[in-house]
Design a protein around this ligand. Structure first.
Ligand code: FES
Length: 170
């Protein structure tokens, strides 16, 4: 499941100029594959990195380059948790709430994160610095409890360790 974030009634921003600026890179990416559709994930990463999250406009842009339907792209976006469908903080935290982590204290630690940041699952701090997503297994069960912040994994968490990690982020 992709990250939905907080329900938002604002219209999606216009990313057309950002996407236009990515056209040259998209052309290079697509050229590397025998089948354009194989570039779908890479194109989504490119657009998400530039725009922050994936909107229907971005799905259509990817669909054009990858020569697939927007519905296909949307299916990819909703399948993979690495794609965001709502704005996230500069530091997006995915906190594992699956069995090995729960057995090693993740529920209390997740409560600690929520209290520390003042947000719930799907929330973004008012300054836009952090966002929080409760996640299925992050595939590091032998290192439980685990959270991911951006691209970085943090394991064998304690409240102290979490404080150190989050307080150390710019
Ligand atoms: S159960 Fe948490 S990483 Fe697998």
């Amino acid at each position: 499941m992709g990250y939905k974030g907080k329900a938002c009634d604002k219209p999606a921003p216009d990313f057309s100029s950002k996407l236009k600026a990515l056209d040259a890179q998209a052309e290079l990416i697509v050229a590397k594959y025998d089948q354009k559709s194989a570039a779908t994930l890479t194109l989504l990463h490119l657009a998400q990195d530039a725009c922050g999250y994936v909107t229907p406009e971005i799905e259509q842009w990817v669909a054009r380059w990858a020569d697939v339907t927007p519905v296909h792209v949307h299916g990819v976006v909703t399948f993979y948790s690495m794609y965001h469908q709502a704005p996230v903080g500069r530091h997006h935290i995915r906190f594992c709430t699956t069995t090995s982590c729960v057995l090693n204290g993740s529920e209390d630690l997740l409560g600690h994160v929520k209290k520390k940041l003042g947000i719930q699952n799907g929330g973004v701090t008012p300054d836009g610095k952090y966002s929080l997503e409760e996640s299925e297994c992050l595939c590091a069960c032998d290192q439980a409890p685990v959270m991911q912040v951006g691209d970085d994994y943090h394991s064998q968490l304690t409240a102290k360790k979490i404080d150190r990690i989050l307080d150390g982020l710019k």
